[in-house]
Design a protein around this ligand. Structure first.
Ligand code: B3K
Ligand code: ZN
Length: 858
């Protein structure tokens, strides 16, 4: 497959002012008639032909201006039509089989209904079309089909008309807003809606619907409330108002990702719509609020202003992730949301940035764009915009975004357009900052603090590591929020923002009789790793006293990570081990005893760094060693803090179920205490967990208890797993949890369990949620995936080969787990690499998996 390069961008030679689509719907056969009005693009070089993209389509008929076309040919999957004049009507008929579409791109069937997914290049699986984001068109869509199969017919915009014709009926929809083909959507099926309304700040009354299958209606309240909060928040925070009379959300159970922002008709994975306390965890509730917000916010950052080409993806995704993060921060506990965001960044994006798949947030080339819906484009993209906000300040940043929305409304824009608007609107200089868009890799900042007379001197240096295709990097502006704490008073006299824009620089702060304690990268103001020369005592001090919640969390994490990294490398003397453990206990005690903390935050402070995050800090890591050290520390802490943890559990257990922050915090702590207990005394922990399971009146407690139980070989484990299955049989989203819990467990026989579960009658590779529920958590299971004999790697490689012909996009998502071989000890590295080579040698690999595997072997 050819490589597509950003620098080759050319505007399309034709405009498509209007598009008319006529669908004669059927599960096995849908006939699509597309009528495109086209005219020459005055801003592009003239061309004697128009290229209409197709993907596996068969052309039934083609007409130009009502008659024969002057000429046409197939070029690969594309249809190329010869045209002489400046203005034409092209009519294309295609026939497709939605029932056979297992890739879930284009028009497909999902448990009896029809729906679409077109981003990035799915529209070309429906009809021939210039399927690129810079061709904007106004769509009118007519759908007809049997009333009993498809009682509900939806598309973008507003319903213009409808009618009946015996057993068949039809609806016509019109979307007044010009849009690229990737935002087209259609849904036809037997659905019911929760309806509500929202009146915008300009007084427009918008009808809101959340469409689900009959029986799921009671579980849509949280989604609807989240939608209304999103609409209000975007008005209040970014001044953005909704622009149609109708907003539809549809939940489908077969979906490649979380959700899709089609204009006026968002299509969602059921996972991000359905919730009630019995079946959804607190994490699920938060996920729904975040994703509903995210897709709604795309209406401006993505739909009203879209992307010129797919290299600009972070223009809409990075910005929209930032918007959903700010929304979630405002709706819940801001510090905890920030910590969760950083955890995702470090757990997924940092490894990506230090591995063979590293790419800038605005990539320079790709073979399959689906592979670039990455944590780098999304999460690092959000961090880059957040840094602009930090440097400009909130008000100036808002002037920048106002200017951006105003200047580019109705356009297909670039990342450069965004940066320029922020620059012009806020008045800050972002010349050098643009490097964040072109350079990959996580910068490493080294920090030294010294004392000269009454001055504290902060010396910072930065290095951006080499990444594939980018050997030499330039220094980037890195905004760091810092505070200097007085050791005696335990406080500081105000925060500073320092911007490190050279390879090395010093910053002086006067008025310190003796060396202060440094708190740096507060609020995680820059997406970098910090190497600081700081004593354990100082970390213990910050873990107890830092007034920035993120920095406090960070001190706690640092203390544990440093200890576990040294221990896993085998570099820890007995004395050093004892001293290190004692420091961690001291710091944790300051957290358990601090009455001013809320429990959600306390839970963060008491959480141990993840296996992946520790491994990330080690060259040639041995996952087995890390696992043992981490569990060992957990057991030690559990016995040292036994009384404190006991007390926390008792207190938490008394709170009745509600969605309040207090009750959520209590639930988080309960399961945390259980997992500590499991490391110390598994049998006792199994009893406690079984007790929590049996008493649970909500999914958070029940799932938390079962999570702990799945790691402990016991009668309780078997009994509760069976109970859980029987209790929720038939509820797909909960059965996904049942698979996921077992696949991610700390049980020594996790590989056997996963193999057996793959044969379970409820397991299928055809449903992405189910396929992911078993195998994604497994890639994080320390002695499952990383079994020293390579069996775990082989299991995932087999999965990729089996899934690839069914659903290439989902299959390719598993490749990065095997791309980490360079970071592992030589034995595992060789086994992992061999599996990648085996996949690469497969006779018929999709473009998706091929690109990921070859880059991973690199
Ligand atoms: N924009 C979609 C992503 C679609 C990607 C398809 N491979 C979801 C989102 O980011 O909101
Ligand atoms: Zn998005």
């Amino acid at each position: 497959p050819p490589e597509i390069r950003r620098e080759d961008y050319q505007p399309f030679p034709w405009l498509v002012p209007t598009t008319r689509l006529d669908f004669e719907l059927g599960l096995e056969k849908t006939r699509v008639t597309a009528r495109l009005e086209i005219e020459r693009n005055p801003d592009a070089d003239a061309s004697p032909t128009i290229r209409l993209n197709g993907d596996g389509l068969e052309l039934v008929s083609l007409r130009c201006d009502g008659g024969e076309c002057a000429g046409h040919m197939m070029d690969g999957d594309d249809l190329v039509v010869t045209l002489e004049g400046d203005r034409h009507t092209i009519e294309i008929v295609t026939e497709i089989d939605p029932g056979a579409n297992s890739q879930l791109m284009g028009l497909y069937a999902s448990s009896g209904m029809l729906c679409t997914q077109c981003e990035a290049e799915g529209f070309r699986r429906i009809t021939f079309f210039p399927d690129r984001p810079d061709v904007l068109s106004t769509y009118t869509v007519r759908m007809s089909g049997p009333k009993k199969d498809f009682p509900v017919l939806l598309s973008n915009g507003n319903r213009a008309d409808m009618g009946e014709d015996g057993a068949s009926h039809w609806a016509e929809w019109h979307d007044p807003w010009p849009k690229p083909s990737y935002l087209f959507a259609l849904v036809a099926g037997d659905l019911v809606a929760r309806s509500d309304s929202f009146t915008t700040m300009g007084g427009r009354k918008v009808e809101l619907n959340v469409w689900v299958r009959d029986g799921d209606l009671e579980r849509t309240e949280h989604a609807m409330e989240s939608l209304k909060r999103s609409m209000k928040w975007d008005e209040d925070t970014f001044g953005r108002e909704y622009d149609l009379d109708l907003f539809n959300i549809v939940a489908v159970s077969d979906f490649n990702m979380g959700a899709m922002e089609n204009k006026g008709l968002n299509v969602f994975n059921t996972k991000y719509v359905l919730a009630d306390p019995e079946t959804a965890t607190d994490g699920d509730y938060d996920g729904i609020e975040g994703v509903i917000g995210h897709e709604y916010f795309h209406n401006w950052s993505g739909n009203r202003i879209t992307c010129r080409d797919w290299f600009q993806l972070s223009l809409k995704e990075g910005f929209t992730v930032l918007r959903d993060q700010l929304f979630s921060q405002d709706m819940g506990s801001a510090p905890v949301k920030r910590i969760e965001g950083v955890r995702v960044l470090r757990g997924v994006q940092f490894p990506e940035d230090s591995g063979p798949l590293a790419h800038p947030i605005r990539p320079d080339s790709y073979r399959e764009i689906s592979n670039f819906y990455t944590s780098t484009v999304y999460n690092k993209g959000a961090e880059v915009i957040r840094m602009m906000k930090t440097m400009a300040g909130d008000e100036a940043f808002r002037r920048g975004t106002d200017l951006y929305f105003d200047r580019h409304d109705g356009e297909a824009a670039t990342c450069e357009d965004f940066v320029k608007a922020i620059e012009d609107g806020s008045g800050i200089d972002l010349e050098q900052f643009r490097l964040w868009y072109s350079q990959a890799g996580t910068p490493k900042v080294s920090v030294e603090l010294s004392q000269e007379g009454d001055e504290a001197v902060l010396t910072l240096s930065q290095a951006v590591p080499p990444t594939p295709g980018q050997d030499d990097k330039k220094p980037m502006p890195i905004p760091l929020r810092v505070a200097l704490f007085d050791r005696d008073s335990g406080s500081h006299s105000g925060e500073h923002l320092v911007v490190l824009d050279k390879a090395r620089d010093s910053f002086r702060f006067t008025g310190f009789a003796r060396k202060p304690v440094l708190s740096i990268n507060r609020g995680f103001s820059a997406p970098v790793t910090i190497g600081r020369d700081i004593a354990n005592d100082e970390l213990v001090f910050l873990a107890a006293k830092d007034d920035d919640p993120f920095a406090r969390y960070e001190a706690m994490q640092d203390l544990m990570v440093r200890h576990l990294v040294t221990a896993s490398k085998g570099d820890l003397s007995d004395d050093a081990r004892n001293a290190g453990q004692a420091d961690i206990v001291r710091a944790l005690r300051a957290v358990t005893d601090d009455d001013a903390l809320d429990d959600l935050m306390r839970g963060e402070l008491l959480s141990m760094p993840s296996q992946t995050y520790i491994a990330e800090q080690i060259e040639a890591a041995d996952p087995g060693r890390i696992f043992e050290e981490r569990e060992g520390l957990k057991a030690f802490l559990a016995s040292e803090l036994q009384d404190e943890l006991h007390h926390i559990y008792d207190r938490a257990e008394k709170l009745p179920y509600s969605q309040s922050a207090e009750a959520k915090g209590a639930r988080k702590l309960k399961t945390l205490v259980l997992s500590f207990a499991a490391a110390r005394d598994p049998q006792k922990a199994a009893e406690l967990a079984a007790h929590q399971y049996d008493r649970a009146d909500n999914m958070t407690d029940r799932q938390g208890a079962l999570m702990v139980l799945t790691g402990i070989d016991s009668a309780e484990r078997t009994g509760r797993l069976l109970d859980f299955y029987n209790r929720y049989q038939g509820n797909a989203l909960v059965i996904d949890k049942w698979f996921a819990l077992q696949a991610s467990s700390l049980h020594p026989k996790v590989i056997e369990h996963v193999k057996a579960l793959a044969e379970h009658p409820d397991f299928t590779l055809r449903n992405p949620n189910r396929a992911r529920s078993l195998y994604m958590p497994f890639t994080g299971a320390p002695h499952g995936f990383h079994a020293a004999n390579g069996e775990g790697y082989r299991l995932i490689a087999n999965l990729i080969l089996d899934l690839d012909p069914i659903n290439a996009q989902t299959a390719a998502r598993f490749v990065p787990a095997l791309g980490r071989w360079r970071k592992l000890e030589p034995g595992r590295a060789a086994l992992m690499r061999a599996e990648l080579e085996r996949i690469a040698a497969a006779p018929k690999l999709s473009r998706d998996s091929f690109e990921q595997v070859t880059r991973s072997l690199g």
